[in-house]
Design a protein around this ligand. Structure first.
Ligand code: CO8
Length: 258
């Protein structure tokens, strides 16, 4: 395992658990965190023994945003010229699923990072917000777009314009998170959920992720056509034959990933 400074990475069976680890800055996301996160996720995506990742932070903060101290002095030329934080697109390019396990603050870039994952499990103390407006800026890593798609325009607009935080209950009610879990169980429950996903046929996992994601990118008719083509395509896999035979023979399937 490479020697990361700002994240911890461990393999729990088929699940890669990545923990943001800058407690002194409430896991604020700086360039080093981004570089290490991308490296860890690319390694995870390429490792055949790993089927699903969990991304988490601490009990107090998943991540309190992009690192304000790092950005403070930057000007337009540096931001635009280096496409600052454009590298986060590489996180959503991960083909295997990533579950965000969010406890405490998920603010600004932290909320945006959680929303880049495939779904969010929230601890009962989780708080989500896009408070960038209080710094006289705006979301810059997809927050205005993903939050609006997740919770609708009214809540997204209010949160972006006022910086108001949403607690776990409201986040679940609004569709931002899939479920609320007691804080003490959060990481174990996320790893359990990720283990379930990792136990599915790998090509079907990738196809399911890709088609749900397509719902955000296409019209309904295009999305349905895309789903049907992928569904048809899965009938060309060995695992489809095995999965259906296993059902008929009343036994668990054994996947080859082919
Ligand atoms: N960046 C840098 N340091 C931070 C950040 C941050 N986002 N958040 C907290 N810290 C640091 C604090 O400065 C403090 O450090 P120190 O002890 O050296 O003073 C330490 O973490 C602990 O923080 P607090 O003392 O403030 O802890 P509290 O429990 O009192 O408050 C809060 C917790 C409410 C979370 C508070 O820390 C806070 O409001 N943080 C900032 C939240 C915020 O504004 N986030 C948005 C940042 S901007 C952003 O994310 C833009 C994303 C898009 C970028 C795209 C670029 C292209």
């Amino acid at each position: 395992m490479p020697d990361y400074q700002t994240i911890l990475v461990e393999q729990r069976g088929p699940v890669t658990l990545i923990t943001l680890n800058r407690p002194q800055a409430l896991n604020a996301l700086n360039s080093q965190v981004l570089a290490e996160l991308i490296a860890a996720l690319e390694a995870f995506d390429a490792e055949d023994t790993q089927g699903c990742a969990v991304l988490t932070g601490s009990e107090k903060a998943f991540a309190a945003g992009a690192d304000i101290k790092e950005m403070q002095a930057m000007g337009f030329a540096e931001m635009y010229g280096t496409n600052h934080f454009g590298g986060y697109d590489r996180i959503t390019a991960t083909r295997k699923p990533i579950v965000a396990a969010v406890a405490g603050y998920a603010l600004g870039g932290g909320c945006e990072l959680a929303m880049m994952c495939d779904f969010i499990l929230a601890a009962d103390n989780a708080k989500f917000g896009q408070p960038e407006i209080k710094l006289a800026v705006s979301p810059g890593m997809g927050g205005s777009q993903r939050l609006a798609r997740a919770v609708g325009k009214a809540k997204a607009m209010e949160m972006c314009l006022t910086g108001r935080m949403m607690d776990a209950e409201e986040a679940e009610r609004s569709g931002l998170v899939s479920r609320i879990v007691p804080l003490a169980d959060l990481v174990e429950e996320a790893v359990r959920t990720a283990t379930t996903i990792a136990g599915m046929a790998p090509l079907a996992v990738k196809a399911n992720k890709e088609m749900v994601d397509a719902a955000y990118e296409t019209t309904l008719a295009q999305g349905i056509r895309f789903e049907r083509r992928l569904f048809h395509g899965l009938f060309g896999t060995e695992d489809q034959k095995e999965g259906m035979a296993a059902f008929v023979e009343k036994r668990p399937g054994k996947w080859t990933g082919k």
